[in-house]
Design a protein around this ligand. Structure first.
Ligand SMILES: [Zn+2]
Length: 79
């Protein structure tokens, strides 16, 4: 009865890809061997949550002076 979903790729990078089926509105988030089946609404909610999480993580790292992702610690003033 169900016709196969014709997923269209929305985005792809080296970590994940996101595909979307316009017919039923389902979104698949492919993370390596793991696939999350989402609704469009869930995708938008996750996107919002990820954006906030990334921003807060960066803020915390800056507060802690953690330069691990920068590959170099911020210059420290010598007194
Ligand atoms: Zn579908």
């Amino acid at each position: 009865m169900e016709k196969p979903c014709q997923h269209q790729q929305l985005v792809e990078n080296d970590l994940c890809s996101v595909t979307y089926c316009p017919d039923c509105g389902s979104v698949d988030l492919n993370l390596g061997s793991m696939t999350l089946h989402l609704s469009g609404r869930q995708l938008e909610g996750l996107s919002e949550a990820f954006n906030k999480a990334v921003a807060r993580k960066r803020t915390l790292q800056q507060m802690q002076g953690d330069g691990e992702l920068l590959g170099d610690s911020p210059s420290k003033e010598l007194h």
